[in-house]
Design a protein around this ligand. Structure first.
Ligand SMILES: Cc1cc2nc3c(=O)[nH]c(=O)nc-3n(C[C@H](O)[C@H](O)[C@H](O)COP(=O)(O)OP(=O)(O)OC[C@H]3O[C@@H](n4cnc5c(N)ncnc54)[C@H](O)[C@@H]3O)c2cc1C
Length: 420
């Protein structure tokens, strides 16, 4: 590729924080709430003007993974902030019926079932309210573009300390400093720019491909749609493409899938004549194709297929996943144990300090990712990362050296399930 040497220039410092969370998806919003509630001066930056990431900006409204679905299912493996969001949505009549044949638990008693469909507008409202009430500063319409590093070369210790980030928004290009940054961009944008090692699955690893979701409204009483709320349903639209994290590839994937949408909708109408009678129409395409997987950041531990399949427990557990591994069990089948642990070390990247990873890009092999990528465990991972970031900032200790038992105690006090 041809290169251009951008001239150096002085830029404004937009702020200085204890914790900056990059990305307001289900991981990032949970991290921001946890960080704010733990007393850290916290900033959340997000490219869109609402929270939820894939859940709202890609209309993936089916939140899976609060507990296993077949026996033993006695433990609700995701509680904490994820549970709080579902209970808030329940109060606002913002939950739809899950597409799964699942054992239903009594939400009135605060017990969650495996999966819920959410009304995306109510999800945006509830999550924004919780982040705002946690005292978190929010910079919407803001794009992370680079890192501010302090590099200590070998032989003097060889460290890469992340000191802050560079963003672009309506105010221009600016610097933001933080004691700890949580990379919840989904794609590991911050970690990759900071020089953390990462890997990406290819076709040989059976990487999950991307789909565009879209919303059909006016479905009335028609027996249609697995993810229904109100008079609408979200459907899995055209896909089979790879967005990855290259702007040209993402654009090609968007163009290809969006050009197929009306044909796809027409096929749905042909197969479901009832929809023609109710006057169903294509109501909305989201701003972003549903990107399933891109980078995985190499952490101090990499979750293995064996860990997930055998239900391994770890001393440094900070979250639990009880979702199936698609390539092992097939879609809509469930683990034969109540869930496996996600260790703190999967959130701590190799090489780079003052950085934590939250969300779908944590340190993992392909198979366990296919389980813990579901949004309930993702929210638990986010809560763990945000809490760890706040504690690290408060105690002035690098996240790599944080006392994990202190973190676990804080998480349990917040209502997180760690099976301890
Ligand atoms: C088609 C599809 C179907 C799925 N089906 C299900 C399902 O049925 N049930 C389920 O539970 N899960 C499902 N998943 C998985 C789940 O939705 C994701 O794994 C999860 O939402 C990832 O959350 P995240 O917060 O890690 O990342 P994301 O949701 O990707 O959030 C990242 C956030 O960071 C922001 N961001 C990224 N880069 C930047 C930047 N440079 N600057 C500023 N902001 C940035 C984005 O706008 C976004 O808000 C599905 C996913 C897809 C794509």
């Amino acid at each position: 590729m041809k290169k251009y040497l951008e001239p150096a220039k002085e830029i404004d410092v937009f702020g200085e924080y204890d914790v900056i969370v990059v990305g307001g998806g289900t991981a990032g919003l949970s991290a921001a709430i946890a960080s704010g509630r733990n007393g850290a001066k916290t900033l959340l930056i997000e490219q869109f003007a609402y929270l939820g990431g894939t859940a709202t900006a890609s209309l993936m409204i089916n939140i899976n993974g609060f507990r296993n679905q077949v026996e033993p299912d006695g433990v609700q493996t995701v509680k904490g902030i994820g549970q709080e969001i579902i209970l808030e949505l329940h109060k606002l009549n913002g939950l739809g019926k899950s597409p799964y044949q699942q054992k239903e638990y009594d939400i009135e008693k605060g017990e969650l079932s495996y999966s819920y469909c959410v009304d995306p507008e109510k999800f945006k409202y509830v999550t924004l309210k919780l982040v705002h009430e946690a005292g978190v500063d929010i910079l919407f319409h803001t794009y992370f573009s680079d890192v501010i590093m302090e590099i200590h070369p070998l032989p003097k210790g060889g460290r890469r300390d992340l000191k802050g980030i560079i963003v672009e928004n309506k105010s221009g290009r600016g610097a933001l400093f933080a004691k700890v940054v949580v990379d919840a961009s989904g794609d590991g944008d911050v970690a990759a720019r900071a020089g953390a090692p990462f890997w990406q699955a290819g076709p040989d690893d059976k990487a999950l491909k991307d789909n565009i979701m879209y919303k059909i409204s006016g479905i009335g009483e028609a027996k249609f749609g697995s993810c229904r709320y109100g008079d609408s349903s979200v459907v899995w639209g055209p896909g089979g493409v790879w967005g990855r994290n290259d702007a040209w590839e993402i654009s090609r994937a968007e163009v290809k899938t969006r050009l197929q949408i009306f044909e796809h909708f027409q096929e749905i109408l042909e197969k479901n004549p009832q929809l023609k009678e109710t006057g169903a129409y294509l109501a909305e395409t989201p701003p972003l194709i549903g990107i399933r997987q891109t980078r995985f950041i190499e952490g101090e531990y990499k979750l293995t297929a064996d860990d997930a399949i055998t239900g391994r427990r770890f001393d440094d557990v900070v979250a639990i996943s009880s979702c199936a591994i698609i390539s092992y069990y097939g879609y809509r089948r469930y683990l034969e144990h109540e869930g496996y642990d996600i260790p703190y070390r999967c959130l701590v990247p190799k090489v780079v300090d003052n950085l934590l990873i939250a969300g779908r890009c944590i340190s993992s092999e392909q198979q366990p990712y296919e389980s813990h990528r579901a949004m309930a465990p993702i929210m638990a991972i986010g809560e763990a990362a945000g809490t760890a970031a706040a504690l690290s900032a408060k105690e002035n200790v690098k996240p790599r050296f944080l006392d994990v038992s202190r973190l676990q105690k804080a998480l349990i006090e917040q209502g997180v399930e760690l099976r301890r």
